[in-house]
Design a binder for this molecule. Sequence first.
Ligand code: XIL
Length: 342
Amino acid sequence: MAVLVAVLVAAGAVLRVLQARGPEAVALPGQLQKAAEKRLVGTAVDDTALRNEPGYRRNLAEQFSSVTPENVMKWAVLEPVRGKRDWAAADRLVDFAAEHDQAVRGHTLVWFSQNPPWVEALEGDELLQVVREHIRTTMERYAGRIRTWDVVNEPLEDDGTRRPSVFQRELGDGWVEDAFRTARVADGEAKLYLNEIGAEAPGPKSDALYALVRELLGRGVPIDGVGFQAHLNRRGVPDGFRANLERFAALGVDVAITEADVALKLPADAAALRVQARVYRGAVKDCLAIPRCRSITFWGFTDRHSWIPATQPGRGAATLLDAELRPKPAYRAVLKALRGRG
Ligand code: XIL
C-alpha cells in the first residue's frame, strides 16, 4: 500500500512538472522571420515562460529575428534597491538572443511606469544624475549586444501634453532631450528610439509627438527612430496609420511597430478571429509599405502569455498563436503579408 501511494505521489509530481512546462511547439506553416526578408520580426518575451517552457523557447527561436524584454529591463526590475542592480533576467534574454542570432530591442530606459519606489521619491538634480547613471550603466553593459533602445517611452498624454511623471515633475520638459543626449554618449552605435502608445493615427497625441520629434531633431538631439506600439483591437488599424508612419519617416528617422497586439472580447469566436487577422494584416502591410519601417514587434506571440487579460479584464486572445501554441488565423495572415502575398 505504502509503495503504491509513493508511486502515485511520484507520478503526480512528474505530471505537474510536465504541465508546468506548458505545451510543446506544434509545427507551424512557416517562419515569420524568414518571410520578412529585410525587416526584423520581433516579439516581447515573458521571462517566466522563457525559463520554464521548451515549446515557448522553440517558437521564440524559430519564428523571430528580434526580441524585446516584456518587463525585465524596466528600472524596477534592474535596480529595485538603489545601487543593487540585478541583471540576471535581462542577461538571460540577451544570451538567448545571441545564441539564436536575434536582435534585441532594449526596453525601456526612461518611462513613467514600473520605476522603483526610491526613484519616484528623488528630486531635482539628484534625480537627473541618477537617470543619467541609469542610462549609462544599462547601455554600456549591453553595448554591441543591444543595438536598438527605447530610450524614452510614452512621454505624452492622449491630448498631446506631457504625461505626468517623476521626470516631468522634477526636471521639466528637458528630460526627454537629456535622456537622448546621455544615451548617445553611452553607446554611440545604438539606434535610439522614442516609443509611444496610441499615436498610430494623426490626432492630438500623434501631432504633438510629431512636433516634439521635429523640434528635437532641429536642435540636433540624437533621435534615430520613433516606435508605434500598435496595441489594437477589433476596431482595426486607426485610419491614417500608414500616412502617419510616412510623415515621421520624412523627418529623417526610422519608424517601427514595437508592441502590436489585437485584443478581443472573450470568448473569441471564429468571426472575431477573422477580424483580428485582418487587423494584424493591415498593420503589417502599413509597415511594409514604408521603407524606413525597420521592424514589426508583437507584444507576445501566444495567448498563454499576454498582458491583455490582466490589464483588460474580459479581453484577451490578442496574439498570433493560441494558448497551446497553435497558429490562429492572425498568424497565417501575418505570414502571408510578410511574404508579400497578403
Ligand atoms: C506591460 C507588460 O506587458 C506587463 O506585463 C506589465 O505588467 C506592464 O507593462 N506599453 C509598454 C510596455 O511600453 O512596456 C507595457 O508592457 C505595455 C504598454
